[in-house]
Design a protein around this ligand. Structure first.
Ligand code: ZN
Length: 482
């Protein structure tokens, strides 16, 4: 059961106080606070919200993605372009990402803070520490007539997309979350996660694909079918893999994956094309989910290529929003993961660029690399394959013990795909020495994160913002009750 949210929550009061203070500052000293910028620029109600989240993006990841783009001669990052343009109503903020029970959040609590406007404990989805279910933003938006959508490179039932639409005591209740999306009539779902819809794989044997079809959804399982289904504007469920979608670097280098799975930018464009047919606007969350997964493994190539794919999706969103005054675009991350950053190399750090350039050699993720190795990995084989992967020599002093640790782990799990975290920590020192790329752990981190907002209502985001306050920025922009 959905209980009524307490309207006088602490975060709501803080939010309103923040607005009042900004307003006073403008009146007294003529300073252009965020609220004033929103008024002077594109103030007013947002018809649409495009919410972009790169899951687990340390600021170092953003910097290295920009540097990587620079090395490959591609377009500068769309995210950073927002900062350079400084469009009317543009706000840049740093965000405090803590959860109710920890300075270091998980994705469920971080997303829920945005989703329902209150901090919850790690692992919870829009259920507060007292056990009350709080209404998530897509349910509120739906009631106000907006269409709603979720696009993710993870299982579409995973924590971050679920945080905008579902309630669960524990994020792992993904079979239930798949049912809630249908009950709550979320109009568009694109991502991975077949196992939570397929009757052969669900414990209860329920055929959720059939249930969605019966409710009028187009169900799509291959990229060839996406454009046509999205163009109809009808409700859409698109599931492109059994589990998460592949890492972008593997998708780019594998013809079969490219043929079957669209890029995040393509999924975003199709989602907008479908939802924008609504006369009453829409709210869409787009998640670059696997930045986090790769960063957990300290896998540079996995992290950066997914960050770049995310940025391409942001670009697609900004192209839609450009030239119209009715779309609030928010670009952010829920927390850092792994502590990624580029460290100075050489005398006075002057060799840093040459060291970093070595990362251009990568052609696959650590996960894909491990899939190509036997469960028991001979040290000589690991040595050779790693040198091929990295493009620089890793001494046997590292590869010998690493082969042993990987073999122990892989024979225990019996999975060729296991060992990515072990590989990442085994390579941490050689990678730092050779490329300057450093990681601090396999965990989420507490550092403040970047947030960019542009469009109607963006100015209500204060430059230092708590994650739960962002919910109220969105509901205020939409003109719906928080
Ligand atoms: Zn996350």
């Amino acid at each position: 059961m959905m209980e009524k949210k307490n309207p006088a929550s602490v975060s709501r009061r803080r939010f309103l106080q923040g607005l009042t203070v900004s307003g006073l500052a403008v009146g007294a000293g003529g300073l252009a606070g965020p609220a004033a910028r929103a008024k002077a620029g594109t103030g007013g109600k947002a018809r649409n919200i495009l919410f972009f989240v790169s899951d687990g993006m340390n600021i170092g990841t953003l910097q290295m993605a920009a540097a990587f783009r620079g090395l490959t001669g591609g377009k500068p990052l769309a995210w950073l372009g927002l900062y350079e343009e400084r469009s009317p109503g543009f706000t840049r903020a740093i965000m405090d990402t803590a959860s109710a029970d920890s300075p270091v959040t998980d994705s469920a609590a971080a997303g829920s803070a945005w989703g329902c406007g209150s901090r919850v404990n790690n692992r919870s989805l829009n259920v507060d520490p007292a056990g009350r279910a709080l209404e998530p933003i897509l349910v509120k938006a739906k009631r106000a007539g907006r269409k709603t959508g979720l696009v993710s490179t993870a299982r579409v039932t995973h924590a971050t997309p679920a945080s905008f639409a579902a309630n669960a005591d524990h994020r792992d209740e993904e079979n239930t979350i798949a049912e809630q999306y249908l009950e709550r009539e979320i109009d568009l779902l694109i991502g991975g996660g077949n196992k939570h819809f397929d009757p052969a794989q669900r414990e209860d044997g329920r055929d959720l694909y059939a249930a969605y079809r019966d409710a009028g959804y187009n169900v799509v399982r291959h990229r060839d079918m996406l454009a046509k289904a999205a163009a109809t504007g009808a409700p859409l469920l698109a599931v492109f893999s059994g589990d998460h979608l592949p890492y972008e670097i593997d998708r780019l280098h594998t013809a079969e994956l490219r043929a079957r799975v669209p890029s995040l930018a393509t999924m975003t464009t199709r989602a907008i094309g479908s939802l924008a047919q609504s006369a009453d606007g829409f709210v869409l969350q787009v998640e670059g989910a696997r930045v986090d997964h790769a960063a957990h493994a300290n896998d540079f190539a996995g992290t950066i290529h997914d960050q770049l794919a995310f940025d391409d999706a942001v670009r697609a969103g900004l192209e839609f929003a450009a030239g119209r005054d009715d779309t609030l675009v928010i670009v952010t991350t829920d927390h850092g993961t792994g502590g990624a950053q580029l460290n100075g190399r050489g005398p006075a750090y002057s060799n840093t660029g040459d060291h970093f350039r070595k990362v251009l050699h990568y052609r696959e993720s650590y996960h894909s690399f491990l899939l190509g190795l036997p469960l028991e990995i001979p040290p000589q084989l690991l040595h050779k394959r790693l040198n091929d992967l990295l493009g620089f020599e890793v001494s046997e002093e590292f590869t010998g013990p690493l082969a042993e640790r990987l073999t122990t782990e892989r024979t225990r799990t019996g999975s060729h795909g296991s060992g990515a975290w072990t590989l990442g920590s085994g390579l941490r020192l050689p990678l730092l020495r050779e490329t300057g790329v450093g990681w601090t752990s396999h965990a989420h981190t507490a550092d403040y994160v970047e947030l960019a907002a542009v469009g109607p209502g963006a100015g209500a985001a204060s430059p230092f913002i708590r994650n739960d306050e962002l919910h109220h920025v969105m509901t205020a922009a939409l003109g719906i009750p928080a």
